[in-house]
Design a protein around this ligand. Structure first.
Ligand SMILES: [Zn+2]
Length: 173
């Protein structure tokens, strides 16, 4: 392969310069709407999508394999969804949990949503985070150097998920 040292092969930081430099242009009101509309200035790493929702890699992952389930419609409250949409969203969340348990084999999955800036939401368009968690997830790099250790690149992780997307297909009848 290459002469990379082992740590260079397996570690990368979310503070990596190319991601840090990528600023969202000011004329983009909502990053997720732009992503849905395939605005090429927005990074899009799609695991699955249909007319209602999209399943995306989080490009600033909390852990390896961090995914988001995002309704395509610009809403920011569970009450803005119809009963069917809400059921459909959470049916997909449960399928994505299954996908992560298959592909990443975590010891747990942290699932959550932040609705509104005061709740820690940075993009004000509803999205459900699914973060694979494991014991011992915080090692020297995380605690001493305030960085995150990713076992795979976003692109490789996305590819691993895409190989298993039959888990997500037909999630809604
Ligand atoms: Zn939006």
């Amino acid at each position: 392969m290459t002469d990379l040292k082992p740590y260079e092969k397996y570690l990368w930081s979310t503070k990596r310069e190319d991601y840090e430099k990528k600023q969202v242009p000011e004329d983009i009101d909502c990053v997720f709407c732009a992503l849905v509309e395939v605005d090429e200035r927005v990074t899009k790493l799609t695991v699955f999508e249909d007319d209602f929702l999209t399943v995306q890699m989080n490009i600033y992952p909390y852990s390896t394999g961090h995914l988001m389930v995002i309704p395509k419609r610009h809403v920011n409250s569970l009450t803005d969804l119809t009963d069917e949409e809400r059921n459909r969203l959470f049916k997909m969340v449960s399928k994505v949990e299954q996908l992560q348990r298959t592909v990443v084999e975590p010891e747990g999955v942290d699932i959550g949503m932040n609705l509104g800036e005061a709740a820690g939401e940075s993009i004000l368009h509803m999205h459900v985070h699914l973060v694979p968690m494991s014991y011992g997830g915080r090692g020297f790099m995380e605690t001493a150097l305030d960085t995150k250790v990713m076992k795979k690149t976003l692109e490789d992780m996305c590819e691993d998920y895409r190989e298993q997307t039959e888990i997500l297909e037909d999630y809604w009848g």
